[in-house]
Design a protein around this ligand. Structure first.
Ligand code: UDP
Ligand code: MG
Length: 305
């Protein structure tokens, strides 16, 4: 029998959360469901935990990657396997409380296509990370064409229409938070406070967040390129004025010693040029990635699929 609802949960080294997540989920979901765990290259026994549960419950399925491909790839894999009319995306560390699922489903019943959880706070988040995330999203929104809501989380429930739209995305450099805004449809949010992680630690270090952010910005906008064109133009104009000034001074006969202004000019221009070349390089790198058309993920094994 095809399930009514598919719950997709990416996990990367969440062994201590698997059993408690399952227990919580079955407590709060009444519909005929399937749970699809995407094991994103865990090396801490998460897969063994999943297998234990899956052997006793045919509703539990698992797609296990050959290595860590990242949360975005894991969610896409889940979408490819999901058979339900309704899809739930949630984290496997119980920061997205399953007891909220009935409220999400009610919104779908009201006629919304997509319901996203809006984080009103996170119990265990460090203050620095909070500020950093805020700063990061305001920069992202400044230069991106698609607005990305800072508090909207990856906790989402949606219908088949949305799932079918998402599957059409064949991008290697996928940034789902942007994609969800880009696709349109009738959407709403539900506020929630994310509790502290049940066990383990966050998988998003500063480095990984910056990487994801850069990917998000570049895949949603050409504005950075336009911005560099603008800065380039302004700097060139300023340099041109300076050249005229230098020529005038030269012919007047009192050339200045000028080491300081020279070195400042050279370093300033050099810096700006390097930033712009780097930026163009980032875009070229993403063309490179897209053109190679490598698979988004590779599956090592599947359970109950
Ligand atoms: N995750 C994943 N692959 C990764 C990183 C994270 O599948 O490369 C999963 C992780 O196991 C968790 C979810 O994505 O279920 C969210 O990650 P995390 O809780 O570390 O993010 P945070 O809540 O700290 O933003
Ligand atoms: Mg988490």
């Amino acid at each position: 029998m095809t399930p009514y609802c598919s719950v997709i949960v990416p996990v990367y080294n969440e062994a201590d959360n698997i059993a408690s997540f399952y227990a919580e989920l079955v407590k709060h979901i009444t519909a005929n469901f399937e749970l699809i765990w995407i094991n994103d290259g865990s090396n801490d026994g998460s897969l063994q935990q999943i297998k234990k549960i899956a052997s006793g419950d045919p509703r539990v399925r698992c797609v296990s990657f050959s290595r860590n491909f990242g949360q975005q790839a894991a969610l896409m894999a889940g979408l490819h396997y999901a058979r339900g009319e309704r899809i739930v995306l949630m984290d496997g560390d119980l920061q997205h409380p399953p007891e909220l699922l009935p409220a999400f489903f009610n919104k779908l019943d009201e006629g919304y296509d997509l319901v996203s959880g809006k984080k009103m706070g996170t119990a265990d988040i460090r203050q620095t990370k909070k500020h950093f995330t805020k700063l990061f999203y305001s920069i992202l929104n400044m230069i991106s064409d698609t607005r990305i809501e800072p508090d909207v989380s990856d906790f989402r429930v949606f219908n088949r229409k949305i799932a079918d739209a998402l599957i059409k995305f064949e991008e290697r450099e996928l940034f789902l938070r942007g994609v969800f805004n880009w696709i349109g449809f009738k959407t709403t949010t539900i506020d929630f406070v994310a509790p502290a992680r049940k066990a383990g630690e966050t998988k998003y270090s500063f480095g990984k967040m910056i990487q994801l952010g850069l990917k998000g910005t570049l895949s949603f906008s050409f504005k950075p390129l336009r911005l560099s064109l603008l800065i380039g133009t302004i700097v060139s104009l300023a340099s041109f004025c300076y050249i005229i000034y230098a020529i005038v001074v030269y012919f007047k006969g009192h050339t200045i010693p000028g080491w300081a202004s020279l070195i400042i000019g050279v370093m300033f221009l050099g810096g700006i040029q390097l930033i712009m070349i780097g930026l163009i390089g980032e875009y070229i790198a993403s063309f490179f990635n897209e053109i190679k058309k490598r698979p988004l993920f590779l599956i090592d094994e599947t359970i109950n699929c």
